[in-house]
Write a protein that binds this ligand. Structure first.
Ligand code: ASP
Length: 308
């Protein structure tokens, strides 16, 4: 039988609701597997966190647990994870896991103690994908509600996820009908993810937040600009100050689905101040990609032209 290891990190898939009506992760992997009717797998109970509490140090822990499981002979790994930051963890893992072994992230939109909990079905699907020889070579994917997503471009919505679907999952395994884009850096990532902050823009915003991020030691900033990548003059001045100090600034947009390009005066001013456009990738994943590009010592303009 194919060896699939389950690494748990918390999230709604593992929550029960306490007396105050608050959902908190309480279930470990053995519980999750038994509810899903799929006992008899090796479990690594790594974390029990809401995924809003997961960040770069935890990405490295999760990446380490995945690598250790594979090093120990696993043919595939399932990572259970909250949905709030699944798009960030999935992309980071995709950037550091270079092998062919399937690493499948899954979670749930409804608590484990809800009468219509979706976690058990998602876990069954994810286990089937991770153990299916047809998934060999896919590396990291996200499996939710019967859809297999590539990490790059994945975004949480109010009802699930949107992004690039590359296949369908069921307890029988996976049917792949798409080609996965898998960003990678030839020389690998030389260092841990550096500090990269996100700065929001809004009507009348100034550069106080941007200057504070630079003062806090950010190596990069994702400026979530307006429309097709525009911001007011105070923000443009802040970008100029940041780039002059060697901080990399990339420009995403607060408008879902909009494409960033310097086609208005303020967008051009941002480009002239040294900011790099993020064509379509959402802000959270633009941050992950920028962290990886900086950690790899890659040319950020090239990386964002190719992958973002
Ligand atoms: N707050 C939860 C989490 O991200 C939401 C979920 O898992 O769906 O951990």
């Amino acid at each position: 039988m194919t060896r699939v290891v389950v690494v748990t990190t918390g999230g709604t898939i593992a929550t029960s609701t306490d007396a105050d009506g608050v959902a908190r992760p309480t279930h470990g992997g053995t519980d999750l597997l038994s509810t899903a009717g799929t006992a008899n797998r090796r479990v690594v109970d790594l974390l029990a966190l809401d995924s809003s509490e997961i960040g770069p140090p935890e990405w490295q822990l999760i990446g380490g647990a995945v690598a250790a499981a594979i090093g120990d002979g696993a043919h595939g790994v399932v990572v259970t994870h909250g949905t709030d930051t699944m798009e960030e963890t999935a992309l980071w893992l995709d950037l550091v896991h270079h092998g062919p072994e399937p690493v499948v992230l899954t979670g749930a939109m409804r608590s484990a103690d809800s009468p219509d909990a979706d976690g058990p079905g998602n876990l069954r699907d994810a286990l089937a994908v991770a153990g299916d020889p047809r998934a060999e070579g896919t590396g990291v994917t996200v499996c939710m509600a019967g859809t297999v997503w590539q990490p790059l471009g994945l975004t949480k919505t109010g009802s699930g996820f949107t992004g690039v679907a590359i296949g369908a999952a069921s307890p029988d395994g996976v049917v792949l009908d798409g080609v996965k884009r898998r960003p990678s850096f030839a020389g690998g990532l030389a260092e841990a993810p550096p500090r990269v902050d996100v700065v929001a823009t809004y009507a009348g915003s100034d550069a106080v937040a941007l200057d504070a991020c630079v003062a806090a030691g950010a190596r990069g900033v994702v400026l979530e600009a307006m429309g097709s990548g525009n911001a007011g003059p105070d923000v443009v001045d802040g970008v100029r100050r940041a780039t002059a100090r060697g901080v990399t600034v990339v420009v995403s947009t607060r408008v879902p689905g909009a494409r960033v390009s310097a086609r208005y005066g303020p967008g051009l001013a941002l480009a002239e101040a040294g900011a790099v456009p993020v064509p379509v990738l959402g802000t959270p994943q633009a941050r992950v990609l920028l962290m990886a590009a900086l950690a790899a010592g890659a040319d950020v303009g090239d990386v964002f032209t190719e992958w973002a």
